[in-house]
Structures are given as structure tokens and as C-alpha cells.
Design a protein around this ligand. Structure first.
Ligand SMILES: [Zn+2]
Length: 262
């Protein structure tokens, strides 16, 4: 049995096949991540021409058959182009990183409303001018929260003491919980490679749970040091979960370091 569906979607990836076809990966609210063939999409005068921009928001129509991984794309209509995010190097690297998260963390054929809304609102905020570094940290931390692997930034789970203005938190090597310095074994002998989160970084982690990215961006700016701690924390949690690092992250980090900006 087959069925025809139409849905709002965010394009995550397009891969060229031989003879002019393209495989596209897209994310929807209701059906999660999907992959489909757009026949003849590479040809001139294709009905898909100009519509298949990475990270664009589109309406996509497809035909799917039970038991088949690949659906057949029948139409793609652009709702919101990725615009300058696909024109500048930093934007291309960042949006590739955002899309990569969805390819890894979103499930096929499973309702994915939270991930969809997160990516949609992050793209919207970036197009409105929100700073890339802030958006990336907000986004990566939220993906980990939605996946249930983000440690609570409120108190030490071992002794119950709240983290506060004078109490930093520590993520021990290979740890999955934030501990107070005492419980993490501090006292001159903090285990090597422990990640220390200062009160402003903890405050940032608490705020992302209750604020939209655009609202957070309007507040007083986060320091580079705070955002660097969040970036490091997310990496320390993401890598063991995935069993590796996202290629797009490595590429983005290396390129930005080479260009001399964070
Ligand atoms: Zn403790």
C-alpha cells in the first residue's frame, strides 16, 4: 500500500545521484526525518530547480510505500529560503552543523515536533541577525536536552548543594552529571581534564530552558568564555552519546580557528 503526503519541512541535505536525480533528506513535525528521490532534480528546467536549497523551509509532497526507505518526491515549494546563511562561509558551516544534528538525532517516521521547532526557530533567529556563536550554543544544548542527556544545572546530585554565584560546577572526565567541586574530588586534586563551569555558564544553561533564543540574544551579551564553556560541555556529552564527533563540528571548529574567530 502506498500513500501520498504533503507537509511543511526543513531541508537537511541533498545528494546528487547519477542521471540527474537527487536524494534529499528533510525533517517534518509529524513524520520525523525522511529521505526521498527527486527525479531529474539536477536537470535544467526541472520542476525542482531552485527549490532544493539546504536549510530552506519548504512544503514537500511525496509518495511513500510501506517497507521502503526512500520516498518519491513529487513537489517542493519554497516557503523560506536560507538566504545569506548559504552565501557566507560561517553561515554554511553553521547550518551544516545544525542539519547534522537533525540527521543524527531525529528519528525516521517518528513525530519530531520539538526538534523541528528548535531548528526552525534557530534558522529564523539567525536570519534575523542573532549572533552565530550564541545560536550554535543554544541549539546544541537544546538538542542534548531533548535527547535526555543534558545534566541538570541546578544542584550537585551527590550532596544536594545548589550551584550558585560562588559555587561552580564540574563535569568529571567521562561524566554525565555536573557535580560540585568537593564531590568531584577537588581540593587540589581535581581529576585531569575535568571541565569547570563558572556561575555565568551555569546561569546560561538555566536560562536556555525557559527563554527563546531571540529573547536571550536581546539580553546583555554572553562572554566568549561562557559560550566556550557551554561548547565544551556539549561536546563532552555529545561524543560519548554518538560514539564519535560530528564531522561538521570538526570542520566548523577548525575553519573558525584558522580564520581566528570563535
Ligand atoms: Zn556535591
Amino acid at each position: 500500500m502506498g500513500r501520498t503526503l504533503t507537509c511543511e519541512a526543513l531541508l537537511l541535505d541533498t545528494v546528487d545521484l547519477h542521471d540527474g536525480d537527487r536524494i534529499i533528506t528533510f525533517l517534518t513535525c509529524e513524520h520525523g526525518k525522511k529521505r526521498g528521490v527527486a527525479r531529474g532534480a539536477k536537470r535544467k528546467y526541472s520542476r525542482f530547480s531552485g527549490q532544493l536549497q539546504p536549510l530552506a523551509k519548504v512544503t514537500v509532497g511525496w509518495y511513500e510505500k510501506e517497507g521502503r526507505d526512500l520516498v518519491r518526491i513529487s513537489s517542493v515549494d519554497l516557503l523560506r529560503p536560507a538566504g545569506r546563511l548559504q552565501e557566507e562561509l560561517e553561515g554554511i558551516l553553521l547550518t551544516g552543523y545544525l542539519a547534522d544534528h537533525m540527521i543524527e538525532f531525529a528519528q525516521e517516521n517518528e513525530e519530531s515536533e520539538h526538534l523541528y521547532r528548535l531548528l526552525d526557530s534557530t534558522l529564523e533567529a539567525l536570519l534575523a541577525g542573532v549572533e552565530a556563536n550564541l545560536a550554535a550554543r543554544y541549539f546544541e544544548a537544546w538538542v542534548l536536552r531533548l535527547s535526555g542527556i543534558f545534566p541538570p544545572p541546578w544542584e550537585c546530585p551527590l550532596c544536594g548543594q545548589e550551584f550558585g554565584a560562588d559555587r561552580a560546577a564540574v563535569l568529571p572526565p567521562n561524566g554525565d552529571a555536573l557535580l560540585c567541586a568537593q564531590c568531584a574530588g577537588e581540593g587540589g586534586t581535581l581529576p585531569r581534564r575535568s571541565l569547570r563551569l563558572t556561575p555565568p555558564a551555569l546561569d546560561f544553561l538555566r536560562q536556555i530552558g525557559r527563554r527563546r533564543l531571540v529573547d536571550l540574544a536581546r539580553q546583555s551579551p554572553q562572554s566568549a568564555e561562557t559560550l566556550a564553556q557551554v561548547e565544551q560541555l556539549c561536546g563532552e556529552l555529545r561524543r560519548p552519546f554518538l560514539g564519535r564527533e560530528l564531522k561538521s563540528y570538526t570542520m566548523m571548529r577548525q575553519t573558525l580557528d584558522r580564520l581566528g574567530h570563535r
